[in-house]
Design a binder for this molecule. Structure first.
Ligand SMILES: CC(C)(COP(=O)(O)OP(=O)(O)OC[C@H]1O[C@@H](n2cnc3c(N)ncnc32)[C@H](O)[C@@H]1OP(=O)(O)O)[C@@H](O)C(=O)NCCC(=O)NCCS
Length: 138
């Protein structure tokens, strides 16, 4: 990947973002209709922070980092727009989150994911595999 590819992308921690921008990106990434969720209320209330990625056409990447206000932070809702994938934006979102989460005093950054994202999280982003449990509640 040429470095100029990423130089045109603005990556920001806790960058200003509208609810509609996230709703559109989330719907595309997770294949559901565009919702009317109040992301900014949730981000302010529950998140340590979030990372946005923008190109000259708008929001192309987002990740939300929630936490327990102590040692543990969790990656949720990472999404990169289809038109901008495989340019290293997803890795940049995680690396940026990692830096600020470390600065906040957390010791662990967690993520869970489906098997097809093994290479993204374990090889490209630098997470190591661990045993984890998950309970389906509804
Ligand atoms: C997962 C996602 C965020 C990756 O974003 P991205 O910007 O394309 O990722 P990067 O360009 O930083 O990827 C780096 C490497 O990770 C791996 N990778 C990235 N996306 C992958 C995918 N969907 N499947 C398998 N490996 C993937 C590849 O090895 C890639 O290198 P390559 O481009 O040379 O093949 C993006 O595909 C996405 O938004 N998917 C839909 C939403 C989703 O599933 N989110 C995760 C919920 S747990």
């Amino acid at each position: 990947m040429p470095s100029s590819d990423l130089e045109s992308i603005l990556i920001e921690w806790r960058g200003s973002v509208s609810n509609h921008e996230i709703n559109v990106l989330h719907a595309e990434a997770f294949d559901h209709p565009i919702l009317d969720d109040d992301w900014n209320e949730q981000l302010q209330r529950l998140s340590l922070g979030w990372v946005t990625a923008r190109d000259d056409q708008g929001l192309v990447g987002f990740v939300n980092i929630v936490w327990d206000r102590r040692a543990h932070a969790f990656v949720v809702d990472i999404a990169v727009a289809s038109r901008a994938r495989h340019r290293g934006i997803g890795v940049q979102l995680i690396q940026t989150a990692r830096g600020y989460t470390t600065d906040a005093g957390c010791e662990w950054l967690h993520v869970d994911f489906e098997e097809h994202l093994h290479d993204f999280y374990l090889n490209a982003c630098g997470f190591f595999p661990t045993t984890a449990g998950l309970m389906h509640l509804r």
